[in-house]
Design a protein around this ligand. Structure first.
Ligand SMILES: [Zn+2]
Length: 444
């Protein structure tokens, strides 16, 4: 017994010494040098943070730091984890305290205390703020993005491929009939209004009113498999479950999942903020990151972030999508509550059919911001929260999106979607990539 006690004493002594498997805190800093916390392990407790609300952000930073350190030291991640928590390291992050406060204050001043998750990146992928309100880390949890996915899975790739243009017209009618519970056929997909116009709707109106029918028809024409390729190659989204289901049946089996964003695994607000960068940064995507540098105990930088941007869609497609998404916040559109005073925004709503939550994901000339909010019983509160957050962000040096080279205005006939002639009576302005404008109206 005495011998056993001595053994245990030695083990205890060893595990409390640095470099012998002991856990020592690292210090995690925000972008202004403030301390976010001193966690001593990956599953740290919130008492190691200067504010429990930094939990999501610090969790992301530690996970990233382990991978970064493994690469820097050319070792396994488990060894990097031991190193990180035994070497007196400092992790410097991109968290901007002013942006973080803007998110928190928008949530805390909202009347509901419902679940909430929000992430904001700059247009080069740096995560400026990640915040969850409620019982769980909603900002990090994968879930279905619903209609906020349509611009990514349908409209951007179809526009990029030249399949659609600003004036394109699609009939608002069911894509197919399914067998209902009572055996009778039911139309699919339903629109949010539970109605179909059975008329041709413009691309812009289809996006403004989030028509499920048009998204499905458009994806059918573009190709479901092609959209999966686009999403995986562009953003590394995990669509293994959808791909498997498609292979077991056919494209139609998952056309709704992809067109309407009912994903089997899903994406988090952090992911969505990342993807929407393409609508404010000329089609460029940078995977969101938190860690900017890691220093060892001697103050030497052992890792410096070198985030690389990827051209996901043509710059002109990014700009035209931006213009289309600006119309979502116009009066009478699904995202009208997201409109901001003194700053131009563009984005898209997403709503859960079951009433458990909704999204607004949008961009400003300097940021990309995803908001998820629990329960949609009183309309889309995520859109209003988005506006409240954006208006509280650090003073914007840019209040409008820059014009884009290679994109020009054109006037088109609203009845045919083609460029107008003097015989057309209903006309509207659209935006086109140079050389990609449609033909001249031949219907009048
Ligand atoms: Zn015409």
């Amino acid at each position: 017994m005495k011998r056993l006690c001595i053994v245990w004493a030695v083990v205890l002594l060893l595990t409390t010494l640095p470099g012998c498997g002991a856990y020592m805190p690292v210090t995690v800093y925000d972008a202004q040098g403030g301390v976010l916390g001193t966690p001593d392990r990956l599953d740290f407790g919130t008492d190691s943070l200067t504010d429990a609300a930094y939990g999501d952000y610090v969790q992301l930073a530690l996970t990233e730091a382990v991978i970064a350190l493994a690469q820097a030291k050319d070792c396994s991640e488990s060894r990097a984890e031991r190193l990180l928590f035994s070497g007196g390291y400092a992790i410097h992050t991109a968290l901007d305290p002013v942006t973080f406060s803007a998110v928190r204050s928008a949530y805390e001043t909202a009347p509901e205390g419902l679940p909430f998750g929000c992430a904001i990146t700059d247009l080069n992928g740096a995560l400026c703020a990640v915040y969850s309100g409620g019982e769980a880390s909603y900002a990090l949890q994968p879930q279905s993005p619903h209609s906020a996915f349509k611009p990514l899975s349908v409209y951007a790739p179809a526009l990029d491929a030249g399949l659609i243009h600003w004036g394109s017209r699609w009939r608002d009618e069911p894509y197919k009939q399914l067998k209902g519970e009572n055996g009778l056929p039911i139309n699919w997909p339903a629109n949010a209004t539970a109605q179909y116009s059975y008329e041709e709707e413009s691309l812009r109106d289809s996006i403004r009113h989030s028509l499920n029918t048009v998204a499905v028809h458009c994806l059918h024409k573009y190709g479901v498999s092609r959209s999966l390729d686009f999403l995986e190659q562009s953003f590394d989204i995990d669509l293994t479950a959808e791909r498997q289901r498609m292979e077991d049946a056919d494209e139609d089996e998952i056309i709704g999942n992809i067109a309407l964003g009912s994903l089997l695994v899903g994406v988090s607000p952090v992911d969505m903020a990342g993807y929407y960068q393409i609508f404010a940064n000329y089609g460029m995507y940078t995977q969101p990151y938190t860690v900017t540098t890691i220093q060892d105990a001697a103050g030497t930088a052992v890792y410096t972030c070198a985030a690389t941007a990827r051209q996901v869609i043509d710059p002109t497609t990014g700009c035209i999508m931006n213009r289309l998404l600006q119309s979502v916040v116009q009066r009478g559109s699904t995202g009208e509550d997201a409109a901001c005073e003194n700053i131009r925004v563009a984005g898209k709503t997403g709503t859960d059919d079951l009433g458990t939550g909704n999204w607004f994901v949008g961009v400003t000339p300097q940021y990309s911001c995803a908001v998820w909010h629990g329960s949609n019983r009183d309309g889309n509160r995520a859109a209003a929260l988005f506006a409240s957050i954006v208006e509280g962000l650090p003073a914007h040096t840019q209040t409008d999106f820059a014009d884009c080279a290679g994109v020009h205005k054109g006037t088109f006939c609203k009845e045919t979607g083609l460029l107008f002639t003097r015989r057309c009576s209903k006309i509207e302005t659209g935006y086109y990539a140079t050389g990609q404008a449609p033909g001249v109206c031949d219907g009048h």
